[in-house]
Design a protein around this ligand. Structure first.
Ligand code: C2E
Ligand code: MG
Ligand code: MG
Ligand code: MG
Length: 285
């Protein structure tokens, strides 16, 4: 456990540790059942093109509503799934669900251009990942350009060579590749420049104080410029305020994902949201 916390991060034993471990075991066993019984769901958060107001795509996010534990956020269960190896089953499930949903939207003529799926670092090191992606696309009959997979930079710490090989294979299939949470943790411009990314997502921590202070604005402006130089679509995450939306549009950000436009929602709510938008398109104020 302490080792997994990573370099430069220390964890000390304290009295509540055994309690936490117990919690963790309960969470892990309930999660195993939830995955087996197909009780996890996906919600979809719209991503809006700020220049045109058009829907760019949606991001699929896992939800777990446990009968005993209640709603467990992915920030809690994804790490447990990674530590217990359940992330393989969970990841395969969310990939399939998202592609089946995209096939459904295509069949019904619902205008959702792309669906983005989060991939854990562990999935990215799995030699089966590329054939798994190809199989799911083939079986659901979804064109590869309708799917985007998101990776984070923790993926590259372990094995850069492997990550690069997998990334190139994914792009060769025609699938989009997105760098999630850029600007946090192990972020580096070297990774951004060397990987064959189609998209970069600026982490939502940049949105704090974005409108008021000059420094954050300058940094975000620089990331947008670099992203564009590298031929990527730039998405800002966690946009909640109209001012943030306006500022981001002014400095050339392409797409916005955040509560300002919409929260993650189930497919029925997304249908309604899309219908309402057609009557009354939402853009920055
Ligand atoms: P992420 O991929 O960076 O997803 C964006 C997160 O930001 C989501 O949290 C979303 O609900 C939240 N968000 C979006 N707009 C706003 C906003 O305006 N304000 C605030 N405060 N938050 C906003 P969520 O759904 O709790 O997911 C957390 C993380 O869990 C995700 O971060 C992703 O890393 C991970 N995750 C979720 N589903 C999956 C999955 O199926 N597989 C894997 N590997 N990871 C997943
Ligand atoms: Mg993501
Ligand atoms: Mg993110
Ligand atoms: Mg994330």
């Amino acid at each position: 456990q302490a080792k997994k916390a990573g370099r430069g991060c220390y964890r000390f034993f304290h009295p509540s540790m055994s309690e936490q471990t117990n919690d963790h075991v309960i969470l892990a066993s309930n999660l195993r059942e939830a995955i087996a019984d197909r009780r996890l769901t996906l919600v979809y958060q719209p991503q809006v093109n700020v220049a045109t107001g058009a829907l760019h795509g949606v991001e699929a996010l896992s939800r777990w509503n446990d009968p005993v534990l209640g709603a467990v956020p992915p920030g809690r269960f994804i790490p447990v799934a990674e530590e217990t190896g359940q992330i393989r089953a969970l990841g395969a499930w969310s990939l399939r669900m998202a592609c089946e949903q995209m096939a459904n939207w295509i069949a019904r003529g619902v205008p959702v251009p792309t669906v983005s799926v989060n991939l854990s670092a562990i999935q990215f090191q799995d030699p089966e990942l590329v054939s798994q992606l190809a199989t799911v696309l083939h079986q659901t009959n979804v064109p590869p350009e309708r799917l985007i997979v998101e990776l984070t930079e923790t993926t590259m710490i372990e094995n850069f060579e492997q990550t690069m090989t997998t990334a190139l294979a994914i792009r060769n299939l025609g699938i989009g590749l997105s760098m999630d949470d850029f600007g946090t943790g192990y972020s580096s411009l070297a990774n951004l420049a060397s990987l064959p990314l189609s998209e970069v997502k600026i982490d939502r921590s940049f949105m704090k104080g974005f409108g008021s202070t000059g420094n954050v604005r300058q940094v975000v402006t620089a990331i947008i410029r670099i992203g564009h130089t590298l031929g990527m679509t730039v998405i800002a995450e966690g946009v909640e305020e109209p001012d943030q939306c306006n500022e981001l549009r002014a400095i050339g950000c392409d797409v916005i994902q955040g509560y300002y436009f919409a929260r993650p929602m189930d497919t029925a709510s997304l249908d309604t949201w899309l219908r309402q938008r057609r009557a009354e398109p939402v853009t920055c104020p």
